[in-house]
Design a protein around this ligand. Structure first.
Ligand code: NAD
Ligand code: UD1
Length: 308
């Protein structure tokens, strides 16, 4: 099997590429290296890397050639950037997605997986969030992710692709880049704790998130790739542990890890504008459909990051 992984040089993408190669697949990566890094990818005879833009028709056509499936992870993943530069991020996050879906349908690529986001739910208070909850995208990033789901469902319904969309919650793990203030909180906290630098909690620290380890996300994608049956409506799955963790709990867990530079120095600052208070997924649909279970608890995932 040959699989195109868009955004394969990024955080989640590089783990997906490694899992595919380990299963004996041949992999094509399309990445513009805007946030992804070549160093995230192994040298492997079964891996072809194309530097290019997912919104560029020629680059997508070439990268898809000979593939049986695609896993579409390329995106400007920064919500904050989508707020500052909605047209720039829209080009990648929606135009690039349509470009890929349309070309895949044209080339007869059978299977397609798409990275959507918990952001499509907005700040819904109906916890735990089931996929049936009406979406309420609050940012350009979320609006594009949701529109991407709708476009993919359109190709699926017409029988032109066998597609599945995944709403990732807060993914964490090795290779998540901590360098921006809007990077995932776990990558920032661990990077700082390791160096003995101070940590800032925005707000009271009682806000909660549903953190899911990148290896578990990859397992869900791998399980879905093996599915041949195509239900009439495109499946949409939450990907999360189904557990809420407050930032104070997270700090407590980090403070007990080996590999940090002494006791944590923590200060509080004003809560971020628009910050979601609580986030928690109902993961029953994914568990039932794909027999998926999250295997890596928070502490084990944190330790894996420090061990890299
Ligand atoms: P990432 O930034 O590490 O990966 C994105 C990759 O896409 C990078 O390698 C980047 O260089 C590439 N890319 C960006 N624009 C591109 C373009 N125009 N053409 C080709 N490649 C391009 O982010 P990630 O956390 O690995 O996210 C992967 C996917 O998962 C994204 O679609 C993101 O929106 C989604 N997602 C992530 C999370 C999370 O918690 N990390 C949560 C929800 C959804
Ligand atoms: C995450 C996703 C976003 C998605 C949203 C859906 C990341 C990077 N972002 O946003 O794509 O739209 O879920 O729910 O995964 N915080 C601190 N100190 C810091 C950094 C963050 O206190 O140094 C706080 C934030 O204010 C927030 C929490 O930690 O309350 C989590 O922040 P973050 O990791 O940026 O993710 P989300 O905002 O949940």
């Amino acid at each position: 099997m040959r699989v195109l992984v868009t955004g394969g040089a990024g955080f989640i993408g590089s783990h997906m590429v490694a899992a595919l190669l380990a299963r004996g697949a041949s992999v094509s990566v399309l990445d513009d290296f805007s946030t992804g890094k070549r160093a995230n990818l192994p040298a492997d005879g079964d891996l072809t890397v194309t530097e290019g833009d997912v919104a560029d028709p020629a680059a997508v056509e070439a990268a898809l050639s000979g593939c049986d499936a695609f896993v579409h992870l390329a995106a400007v993943a920064s919500v904050e950037r989508s707020v500052r530069e909605p047209l720039v991020t829209h080009r990648t996050n929606l135009q690039g997605s349509i470009q890929l879906f349309d070309e895949a349908a044209r080339q007869g690529v059978r299977r397609g997986l798409y990275a959507s986001s918990a952001a499509v739910y907005g700040d819904s208070a109906a916890l735990p969030l089931a996929e049936s909850e009406p979406p309420r995208p609050l940012t350009p990033y979320a609006a594009d992710k949701l529109a991407g789901e709708h476009y993919l469902a359109y190709y699926h319904r017409g029988g032109r692709l066998n597609a599945t969309a995944f709403r990732f919650f807060n993914v964490f793990g090795p290779r998540q880049d901590p360098s921006s203030p809007y990077s995932g909180v776990i990558s920032i906290f661990l990077d700082r704790a390791r160096r003995g630098a101070p940590l800032t909690v925005f707000g009271d620290g009682l806000q909660t998130r549903d953190f899911v380890y990148v290896g578990d996300v990859v397992n869900a994608l791998m399980a879905a790739l093996a599915v041949r049956a195509a239900p009439r409506e495109m499946p949409v799955y939450n990907v999360a542990r189904g557990e809420r963790v407050s930032l104070l709990d997270l700090l407590d867990a980090i403070g007990r890890l080996d590999g940090i530079a002494g006791p944590l120095t923590v200060s509080h600052a004003a809560a971020r504008e628009g910050d979601i208070r609580h986030s928690l997924a109902d993961t029953a649909r994914l568990r039932e459909a794909l027999g998926w279970e999250p295997r890596t608890p928070l502490l084990a995932g944190l330790a894996a990051i420090l061990a890299e």
